[in-house]
Design a protein around this ligand. Sequence first.
Ligand code: ZN
Length: 295
Amino acid sequence: MKIYGALEAGGTKMVCSIGNENCEVLERISIPTGYPEDSIPEIINYFRSREICALGIGSFGPLDLDRKSRTYGHITSTPKPGWENYPLLPMLAEALDVPAEMDTDVNAAALAEIKMGAARGLRSCLYVTVGTGVGGGVIAEGNLVHGLVHPELGHMLLRPAEGDPTPDGFCPYHKGCLEGLAAGPAIEKRWGVSAKDLPDDHIAWKVESEYLAQMCVNAIVAFSPEKIVLGGGVMHKMHLFPMIRKRTQELLGGYVRCSMITEKIDEYIVSPGLGDNSGVTGALLLALEAEKNAR
Ligand code: ZN
């Protein structure tokens, strides 16, 4: 049996998994994201000992994903100490001597959802994670969207929600961006209580669903995705879904006339079909692709 490696590179932990050609996860370990000189040798040792035949990486960004660039596969401008301009993809591919592919963590998750999850069979979808940060992966006409750099949906600018005591949000780069307003840490800073401890009827959720609905509206009018998949820790609060769907319809004001939005929105804005495994499955799909491209 061939063994494929999947690395989910995050700001707080590096999750290393192995899987088979059906993208079934066979084993998973988690390494804290320290300085690269501490984390990278551990990652290399793990995958080397598992004798993987290819590696897929879904990473936090921003990343250089321009294949013609000299710094292709590098992490670029992160504030994370030691990781700025770090050559993550070339470093691992060379040390492990296997074909490797890399994309953003959210693009990997979007890929998994369209191939094997909630958006299966479609040609376009948007995957957004709402957790420690907010990020979005876009698939249009069957392809992952990279464009100039790659989409940074988490930093789209929004208008203040009614009842929000901190409408400037908490992003160090922008006033009033989605991540600064709606990520888990923003909820905690705004209300002084961890998101998971806020009761379902707290006004926090009305504010949260307003921002996420604004994001859905912006995505619908900008990309016209056939499905919007919302994942991440904050979206474990399932009562947010009906609130976001209703508010999305209200904000669109009947302008986009498609039954998916006007009648079947319950099937349009949905949870990940792969649960919390979208990221790892996407990284395994990238590993499969790397192996295929190397043949
Ligand atoms: Zn921002």
